[in-house]
Design a protein around this ligand. Structure first.
Ligand code: NDP
Length: 284
């Protein structure tokens, strides 16, 4: 079997088709959607992610502001800025690019964002709402993954879903969404014994570990749907995922590539969340 490639660029384009119209309608009502992105430090990968987010906003007709700080900025300065953005009517979404430098209390920073502007969905109030099955903002990466399933008509009900990774950003919300879609979910992490035992049972396998080519063909059930969230840089500078794409694509039913899979969908869902925030604010 050769897997169907779940093309994140194509799906992102399809979903973004009406974003510009939605932004134009809001702008005509005096409510141009706006996203503020806070970047602390000079991590090259974070700079690329922030640039991509700002450019994507531009293309969708969403106002965006990048607020950069040197790595040694004190937390109070950032918290004051967040308070200012919380009160700014031109801003509907606020995002703090992670990771923050070590001297920051990341939880305190994320909790300072108004839950109504928390387009990443990381605020405890939004995490709780997601857990209760009544989300206000779904974290962008797992939200994007769910769109792959919907677009490709992949049934989740009753399926064995295995999520590799338990981070607050990807693993945990992913597991929650799969469970809410009536899959039977197993979450694996660095302390899981016999990981391959679990992965080989998976009809749906989501890899979010941050370990290059960790998931080999021997770990995958033939016919599984494999979603590769990982982004890793190889010594030759090329990007690769957490899945050994070539051999696994020989046995899987469907698979996302890296790059061009989950990555473009994460940014797309950030735009979607920002538009939804502005539409809510406009009372639509
Ligand atoms: P974290 O480092 O926060 O979490 C990694 C998780 O993987 C942890 O739960 C960890 O377990 C688990 N893990 C690590 N090693 C192993 C192992 N050998 N066996 C089993 N589990 C293991 O990463 P993130 O969730 O933030 O990101 C994961 C990957 O996804 C990264 O490559 C990141 O770059 C990428 N990413 C991609 C996005 C996209 O848009 N495509 C967006 C966000 C992230 P434990 O908890 O026990 O430590």
């Amino acid at each position: 079997m050769t897997a169907k490639i779940l093309d994140g660029n194509a799906l992102a384009q399809k979903l973004r088709a009406d974003f510009k119209t939605r932004a134009t309608v809001l702008t005509a009502q005096g409510m141009r959607p706006g996203l503020a992105v806070i970047l602390v430090g000079d991590d090259p990968a974070s700079q690329v992610y922030v640039r991509n987010k700002v450019n994507a906003c531009l293309q969708a007709g969403i106002h965006s502001e990048k607020i950069g700080y040197p790595p040694d900025v004190d937390q109070r300065t950032v918290l004051d800025k967040i308070a200012e953005l919380n009160a700014d009517p031109r801003i509907h979404g606020i995002l703090v690019q992670l990771p923050l430098p070590r001297h920051f209390d990341s939880d305190a920073v994320l909790e300072a964002i108004s839950p109504t502007k928390d387009v990443d969905g990381f605020h405890a109030e939004n995490v709780g709402a997601l857990m209760q099955g009544n989300p206000r903002f779904i974290p962008c990466t797992p939200y994007g993954v769910m769109k792959f399933f919907a677009d490709a008509g992949i049934e989740l009900k009753g399926k064995e879903a295995v999520v590799l990774g338990r981070s607050n950003i990807v693993g945990k919300p992913m597991a929650m969404l799969l469970m809410q879609a009536s899959a039977t979910v197993t979450v694996c992490h660095s302390q899981t014994r016999d990981l391959a035992f679990h992965t080989r049972r998976a009809d749906i396998l989501v890899a979010a570990l941050g370990k290059a080519k960790f998931v080999t063909a021997e770990m995958v059930k033939p016919g599984a749907v494999v979603i590769d969230v990982g982004i890793n840089r190889l010594p030759d500078g090329k990007l690769c995922g957490d899945v050994d794409f070539g051999p696994v694509s020989e046995i899987a039913a469907a698979i996302t590539p890296v790059p061009g899979g989950v990555g473009p969908m994460t940014i797309t869902m950030l735009l979607a969340n920002t538009l939804e925030a502005a539409e809510r604010e406009a009372g639509r």
